[in-house]
Ligand binder design. Structure first.
Ligand code: ADP
Length: 544
């Protein structure tokens, strides 16, 4: 170890190591004279590592005078320094030549113990190569032993400031990450290939995944329904091309809810289209933005608008229905009376047909026409009845309803019709655990509508399976057929009033189902694929 005068003789060269680029080095620091003591950040600790006890004492005195109240520890060897470092330190002043190790080699282990710390190297030799070597090894500065007290204080102050700033930045970053993670909005960052580079807890949980599993996956392919891909791509292109924020609303595939539905259905849901009337089918409004510095990285901040959209749709439906309701009730009475009269007259007409003088061909043709008129009147009557069911603002009864028995009853009623169509009925109806509080008549209507739809779908015969089973606080009723299924583009419309693909359909059956299930606080889901049958799941809360 080279002995050097502790008193100020020559100004030392001090190289702040902020920049690793050698062209920034060396930078002689001309420190201003120190008039007053600096205030070191609270609880700052300096570690002096040097085997020259005289120099250690001098440095300790200088630093103590510069930073009143600062904690100063000392060590005389590399090994002792590493032990001492365990207590924590912010700045270490390390002699390059220590008895057991080079100060340069001590930088990394010291900083491994205290990641925010800085190390100042002290040496008696001044060579640019040595300085660059030290700085490359991660030293904050290279201090010549012939320093003046104010120079040492100035460089320690710079190092302490840097440590403090880095700690603050780390703290802010941590808080920012926590905030992003616990916030109730969805936060997703996408790289240049639209792969997920960041996803917060809310987004991951709605997507039915975890942050780790989501990283690197294609955001669009994994979570955005195909029909929304174009809109998302356009928003991303606008944001990347014009550095302008864009707004886009999309569906958001909740793989977890898909899995739970699948478990209720014994068939992988990935293969089938589905429409949920429950809030599990998510709608997200995304704000897409990027900053000039972020390159291709784009941030998507999403708000879950599922409930809002569902409420808006229900409100619009309810408004339309209530406006129609009053009109319909009056109209129904007005229409029913003449209809009843028409049915009566038709009946008489049919009877009289046998008495008129005409040949068999003419009589047969007349009979066919009266039958058609009769069928059409029957259809009108059905339309009126269903329309009134939907439009009437009637409350529901609350009584215990044994759903397996109810389903059994309905299947008994439809048995003949099923036989006529070549449909086999499979009943999976356990006797206990499936009682829900609700309106028996209305739940019967739900079951009839679903069973009739299934039977009507199976024109070429098939199998109708009805299952009832408890699931947590709910009772599930699953009505499944092996008919032609529903095309995915029609699936979103089947619950709309008057939507029908049947020649004599009213398009009100499923609207009534949804209304009644809603009144019971339940939900109804249809899963279907063209050519592979349809599966309707009604879930009713037990409602104790
Ligand atoms: P409707 O039966 O009078 O047409 P619904 O509201 O009950 O009215 O049904 C609407 C439409 O949904 C039907 O026209 C049909 O296209 C489709 N649908 C309903 N259930 C099934 C099913 N089990 N299989 C195939 N399509 C169905």
């Amino acid at each position: 170890m080279t002995r050097g005068p502790a008193s100020p003789v020559l100004p030392g060269l001090l190289f702040p190591a902020k920049a690793r680029d050698p062209k920034d080095l060396p930078v002689p620091i001309s420190s201003p004279p120190i008039a007053t003591a600096r205030s070191a950040p609270l609880r700052s600790r300096v570690l002096i590592v040097d085997d020259n006890t005289e120099l250690v004492d001098t440095m300790r005195a200088v630093i103590a005078s510069g930073f009143p109240g600062i904690a100063i520890e000392t060590a005389q060897s590399g090994a002792a320094a590493l032990v001492m470092a365990q207590k924590g330190f912010d700045v270490a002043i390390v002699d390059v030549k220590l008895p057991d190790v080079s100060g340069i080699d001590l930088i990394r282990p010291l900083r491994a113990v205290a990641p925010f710390s800085e190390v100042l190297l002290v040496t008696g030799f001044a060579s640019v190569d040595a300085a660059i070597g030290a700085l490359r090894s991660g030293a904050f500065a290279f201090v010549l032993k012939s320093f003046r007290p104010e120079e040492l204080i100035s460089i320690v102050e710079q190092a302490l400031t840097k440590v403090e700033l880095r700690q603050e930045r780390d703290e802010l970053e941590r808080r920012y990450r926590d905030l992003v993670d616990v916030t109730d909005v969805l936060v997703v960052a996408l790289g240049g290939a639209d792969e997920v580079t960041l996803i917060n807890r809310k987004a991951a949980s709605l997507a039915g995944t975890t942050g780790d599993q989501a990283l690197g996956r294609s955001f669009l392919e994994a979570w955005i329904p195909a029909e929304d891909h174009a809109a998302v791509r356009a928003a991303l292109a606008t944001t990347r091309g014009q550095i302008r924020a864009a707004e886009v609303e999309t569906g958001f595939v909740d793989t977890r809810s898909a899995r739970s539905s699948a478990s209720a259905l014994d068939r992988p849901l990935d293969e089938v289209g589905s429409i949920h009337t429950s809030p599990r089918a998510k709608r997200i409004r995304w704000h897409v933005s990027r900053s000039r510095e972020s390159g291709d990285l784009v941030y998507l901040i999403g708000i879950d608008v599922t409930e809002r959209r569902a409420l808006e749709k229900r409100a619009a439906d309810a408004e339309a229905l209530s406006a129609m309701g009053e009109l319909a009730m009056n109209l129904a009475h007005e229409i029913r009376n003449p209809l009843n009269a028409a049915v009566l007259q038709l009946h008489l007409l049919t009877r009289n047909l046998d008495r008129i003088e005409a040949d068999e061909v003419t009589r047969g043709a007349l009979k066919d026409r009266t039958r058609i008129v009769g069928d059409e009147i029957g259809r009108l009557n059905r339309l009126l009845t269903e329309f009134l069911e939907l439009a009437r603002p009637r409350g529901i009864a609350r009584e215990p309803v044994h759903l397996p028995r109810l389903a059994d009853e309905v299947l008994d009623l439809e048995e003949e019709s099923a036989k006529g169509r070549g449909v086999t009925i499979v009943r999976d109806l356990p006797d206990d655990g499936c009682v829900a509080i609700g309106d028996r008549e209305k739940l019967k209507q739900v079951t009839i509508n679903l069973v009739v739809n299934a039977l009507e779908a199976m024109k070429q015969g098939g199998t109708l399976t009805v299952r009832v089973r408890p699931e947590q606080e709910r009772v599930l009723m699953v009505v499944e057929d092996t008919g032609p299924g529903i095309a995915s583009e029609l699936l979103p419309n089947v619950f709309d009033p008057f939507f029908t693909t049947k020649e004599a359909g009213t398009g009100l059956g499923l609207s009534i189902v949804r209304k009644i299930v809603d009144q019971h606080g339940g939900d109804v889901t249809i899963e279907s694929e063209r050519g592979k049958g349809a599966k309707v799941i009604v879930s009713i809360p037990i409602g104790r």
